[in-house]
Design a protein around this ligand. Sequence first.
Ligand SMILES: Cc1ncc(C[n+]2csc(CCOP(=O)(O)OP(=O)(O)O)c2C)c(N)n1
Ligand SMILES: [Mg+2]
Length: 408
Amino acid sequence: MTVESTAARKPRRSAGGKAGTTGTKSSTTGTKRTTSRTAAKKAPGTEPELIQLLTPEGKRIKNAEYDPYIAGITPEELRGLYRDMVLTRRFDAEATVLQRQGELGLWASLLGQEAAQIGSGRAVTDDDYIFPTYREHGVAWCRGVDPTNLLGMFRGVNNGGWDPNSNNFHLYTIVIGSQTLHATGYAMGVAKDGANSAVIAYFGDGASSQGDVAEAFTFSAVYNAPVVFFCQNNQWAISEPTEKQTRVPLYQRAQGFGFPGVRVDGNDVLACLAVTKWALERARNGEGPTLVEAYTYRMGAHTTNDDPTRYRHDDERAAWEAKDPIARLRSYLQSQTDTDEGFFAELETESEALGRRVREVVRSMPDPDHFAIFENVYADGHALVDEERAQFAAYQESFADVEEGTQR
Ligand SMILES: Cc1ncc(C[n+]2csc(CCOP(=O)(O)OP(=O)(O)O)c2C)c(N)n1
Ligand SMILES: [Mg+2]
């Protein structure tokens, strides 16, 4: 396994990098179309360059640059990270099942991305502000957002489910990439306030193609905003593979905007913790933005509406299963710490209890008031909203007539 820091931090490559240069050359040569496609694909069996502190077998790799960020981590804290990942996976599985049973309209599973989310989520301090996508259930867990609060929107009974300012955790954002701009603006505000906090924006490999993300990179760089862009490259944007988004490794994009980018093993919770701490420290020290690309895999479907068997092979999933983020920390705990079987058994009991609680809470969520959607649109009300509310009231009353008619 190659372990390497980012090219942007130690600029050994020319701008654009090796892969980018290859892509540019072949794409300008019409006759080389086949070559160009081949070049954009990863050669089978090759591993990308990334920062890894824990191998898939659970062996610790030394890294002079990032070890200091997890130096002194105790067995208790390691068990805490393991617990976070196990409970998040259990919650996520329960939500998927609830959707299958018709209790939720939709669910976007984080299966396989637990290390990226728990590692980065535990690196953030209480004062930092987080802007998630719609899949950051593990980060929400780290933030202390009750998991059941994540489900209201997916059940269609509320528009969000939590107060962003209570946990410095913004509402889930479905408009791809837009939260990177919100985060950048917020971070620019943080800098103007002179506050000693940082901001982190989550987004996906697909989102990296959005104009919003390019604008966020530009503004954050130029204004030296204290923001970390945390890209979970889970290899897929619904049915589009990453090679359809970029000809260079995503972390190298940062170089062109003038800030560092780094690729970390997104299935290694220790590496994600260390690298995110480093990036947040840079932000707090006034060194500006950082792009972290967490190289991971979406083990499940894009959402419960999706069927990945239509566009990807089972052997790809099998290869990633061997790099499971939870299994590798378990191996490490068992071989290198005093963690006994009692810990794992207790956690299993706790997981089951969490699953039961999630089921009970979801099933007892009250239906929303039909008119709640018109509230909080404007602070002082608005004539157009009043008009729409009146139209909706008339529409509702039309059902009352039908019901009366049916009864007669
Ligand atoms: C602006 C916008 N365009 C398109 C969509 C539809 N859409 C929803 S999820 C998605 C793919 C996102 O992929 P990625 O950024 O890799 O995140 P992932 O779902 O893999 O976590 C798309 C295109 C959207 N929600 N918003
Ligand atoms: Mg993706």
